[in-house]
Design a protein around this ligand. Structure first.
Ligand SMILES: Cc1ncc(COP(=O)(O)O)c(C=O)c1O
Length: 394
């Protein structure tokens, strides 16, 4: 905002626009590039695959890269016995719903208010336009607030005869890095098991960002029945997958897709997995922690209330005095101040395209310092401007 930035070139954690302005990428290429831009290992994997195989879709005649990738991913993600490929997170979630409904023979799906799972008509949420979708698509969807175990239990009790699955992002990203409170995810795992309902973890964002095994490894809870991954999974190229229990993945759903299993994409995905080591995850998470604590320290004494949320490498900023733990509390924050901050940080060289942001493997400690400087000075400026002009600070 207020206008799109056209990128002319970029490497690592930085990119330059067509006017010559350079930015620190705070959103990892919309959460698709954990290694940063133009990483040499990705570039060379793509080049090799392109020159030896070309880039047709891979579904009908898979390359050995497919099995290499599947073995690598299933070895990392707890509970992953088999997988289904997709070219995007939206399609992977579509397949996850089909698998769950086919396996259980039930139709209802419980989702979180403010959760985003892509473009499946049934899962479009509060922030997405529903124009052009069939209203009936959402008939079997029940919505509960994130971080509210009592509401999840009540929904399961009310619909236990018909619920196939509960789908949740381990950290809500569209409303701004809303992290679990207490052991919410572990408790959801226990609750869904108690009601014999499948737990689908939508790890399209957290899967390749929190730990090698995704959120269940990071937070330490029993594996979900299905895990959906995408975005960073392809090392910047489009790929996604559903992994999980073999018996569920073996359901004979329709999942044919021209661009799933593309050998060039999967070559990049294998390179990305190999470079995403446990040490790198620890380093990136500690940069995220430093970013959040630095933001907290700078905003504590300001005349406007600010909440800093997030976990692992991810952070969110909310201009409100209330605790932000679900969509409603995030939505009640001051949006004008958020937008003002976005303009300010953009003018000062931070590339931010969504409310969840933070470091990637391509960042260094100097980038964290730079991000903190820019966020801090901008928030200080807008807080003074807001108090001077008596902008509502809610
Ligand atoms: C949690 C989550 N699930 C699914 C999707 C959809 O993925 P895609 O844009 O690849 O279709 C997104 C995209 O932002 C997402 O954040």
């Amino acid at each position: 905002m207020p206008h799109p930035i056209y990128i002319e070139h970029g490497t690592g954690a930085h990119f330059t626009d067509i006017d010559g302005n350079t930015f620190l990428d705070c959103n990892a290429g919309w959460n698709a590039a954990f290694l940063g831009r133009a990483h040499p290992a990705i570039t060379s994997a793509v080049h090799d695959a392109m020159t030896t195989l070309g880039a047709p879709g891979g579904s009908m005649h898979p390359s050995p890269k497919r099995d290499e990738f599947a073995r690598l991913l299933c070895a990392r993600v707890p509970g992953a016995e088999k997988m289904v490929f997709a070219p995007s997170g939206s399609e992977a979630n579509t397949y996850a719903l089909r698998l769950a409904r086919s396996y259980t023979g039930k139709q209802t799906v419980i989702r979180m208010a403010g959760g985003y799972h892509g473009q499946h008509d049934a899962l479009l949420g509060e922030q997405s336009s529903k124009t052009g979708t069939a209203p009936a698509a959402q008939n079997n969807i029940v919505t509960v607030p994130f971080n509210d175990l009592t509401a999840a239990r009540a929904a399961l009790e009310a619909h236990h005869d018909t619920v196939a699955a509960l789908i949740v992002e381990p950290m809500m990203t569209i409303p701004g890095a809303i992290h679990q409170r207490g052991h919410y995810l572990k408790d959801l795992r226990t609750l869904t098991t108690e009601f014999d309902v499948l737990l689908i973890l939508d790890e399209v964002i957290t899967g390749c960002r929190f730990a090698q095994g995704g959120a269940s490894e990071y937070y330490g809870f029993d594996p979900a029945d299905l895990v959906v991954m995408g975005k960073m999974l392809g090392g910047g190229l489009p790929t996604a997958a559903v992994v999980g229990r073999g018996a569920i993945l073996e359901q004979p759903i329709s999942a044919s897709n021209t661009h799933a299993q593309n050998p060039v994409t999967l070559a990049a995905a294998v390179a990305a997995l190999e470079l995403s080591t446990a040490d790198e995850y620890r380093r990136v998470a500690s940069m995220g922690e430093r970013l959040r604590s630095g933001l907290r320290a700078c905003t504590e004494s300001l005349p406007i209330p600010v909440q800093i949320t997030g976990d692992g490498p991810c952070a969110g900023i909310h201009f409100t005095s209330d605790d932000v733990h679900d969509y409603a509390s995030a939505d009640a924050a001051n949006d004008d101040l958020w937008r003002l901050m976005c303009v300010g940080i953009t003018n000062r060289g931070l590339g931010l395209t969504s409310r969840t942001f933070g470091p990637t493997i391509a960042w260094t400690d100097t980038d964290v310092d730079h991000a903190l400087d820019v966020f801090s000075s901008t928030i200080v400026d807008i807080s003074h401007a807001a108090s001077a002009t008596e902008v509502s600070t809610r």
